[in-house]
Ligand binder design. Structure first.
Ligand code: SAM
Length: 313
């Protein structure tokens, strides 16, 4: 799978399918004995999406068979579920704190199958703008409507690619440029080139009134390095081979959807552009704080990332 500057996708293909992977992690965590987060809608998305690698989160038998073929498989999958759960909790708390502080307008960049507008206890009058490719948002809305799930905050779809003129689309959809905003970029940055990432942050900055906040899953330059990429490619190949050996069970192909290139560290960028960085917690610390520490025997089981929050004074 080769990325292009103007590629598009549905929920079950290319970058769109990564949203199902994240929903899988949230479904697995929600269904676990002592969940860190609750996302009752994640499973609905997996069920509606048809066959693909994401089924692994619903099919205990398939996961068990893969674990038999690769002894580390179960541990690695558990580590990623712990990562997804910790990340979800981080952003849940960010939004609820911002809403409690009086911020009325939220923008979720690359919302994918994020169901926060439907599942968080938002105070009255909050608006959640969601930006993602049109087919991804359409799948989400259709699935929730089919199950008669109503949103708690007012939810507004802005179906557009983040490499196009999304600020205009956002304003056209009712975004108020004079009001403070809570922004999130979760599970997004590696799918953008370094230049597209810079442009994204410039646009966020220019649309942010005083008092705005931003939360980012920032990936370190170690993550974008060749070694880290090679390790992920090797893991992916192992699972593909294992799945093939199971015979008849197609867990799909994902290929490399990420842009392997160094970029400006998000914390540095934000500080240089007037933001006050209030939190920068490494993934390992975040997970350990949530009782989801990755066993030291597992190398590279979760992304090298930093969870950042910043405010515009
Ligand atoms: N933020 C969601 C979450 O954490 O559950 C989804 C994360 S998923 C890994 C990546 C999402 O980014 C997908 O929904 C994909 O469609 C979206 N995405 C990636 N690049 C994009 C772009 N250039 N424009 C719009 N959406 C994009």
């Amino acid at each position: 799978m080769v990325r292009t500057d103007d590629d598009t996708w549905d929920i079950n293909e290319s970058v769109g399918a990564t949203a199902l992977g994240v929903a899988g992690g949230r479904a697995a965590e929600t269904n676990s004995a002592d969940p860190l987060i609750s996302d009752p809608y994640a499973q609905l998305f997996l069920e509606a999406a048809g066959d693909g690698i994401w089924k692994i989160y619903l099919d205990g038998e398939l996961a068990a068979e893969l674990a038999d073929l690769d002894t580390q498989f179960g541990e690695r999958m558990q580590a990623m579920i712990g990562y997804t759960a910790s990340r979800t909790k981080f952003f849940d708390e960010f939004f609820l704190d911002a809403a409690a502080a009086g911020i009325e307008q939220v923008v979720i960049l690359a919302a994918g199958l994020d169901s926060r507008a439907w599942r968080l206890q938002w105070p009255e009058g909050r608006v959640v703008f969601e930006i993602d490719q049109p087919k991804v948002l359409a799948f989400k809305i259709q699935t929730l409507e089919a199950h008669e799930v109503a949103s708690i905050a007012k939810q507004v779809c802005v179906g557009i690619d983040l490499r196009q003129d999304w600020p205009k689309a956002l304003v056209d959809a009712g975004f108020d440029i004079s009001a403070p905003t809570a922004w999130s970029a979760e599970g997004l940055l590696p799918y953008l080139t370094s230049a597209a990432q810079d442009l994204l942050f410039e646009r966020i900055r220019s649309l942010s009134a005083q008092g705005s906040r931003v939360a980012v899953e920032a990936f370190t330059n170690e993550f974008f390095g060749a070694e880290s990429f090679a390790r992920r490619a090797e893991q992916m190949e192992r699972y593909r081979e294992a799945a093939k050996k199971l015979g008849g069970k197609d867990i799909g192909e994902s290929g490399n959807l990420l842009y392997e290139e160094e970029r400006v560290e998000v914390v540095d960028w934000l500080r240089a552009h007037g933001w006050d960085v209030t939190t920068a917690t490494g993934a390992e610390d975040l997970m350990a704080g949530n009782n989801r520490a990755v066993p030291s025997s597992l190398d590279g089981a979760v992304p090298e990332s930093v969870f950042v929050e910043a405010r515009l004074p």
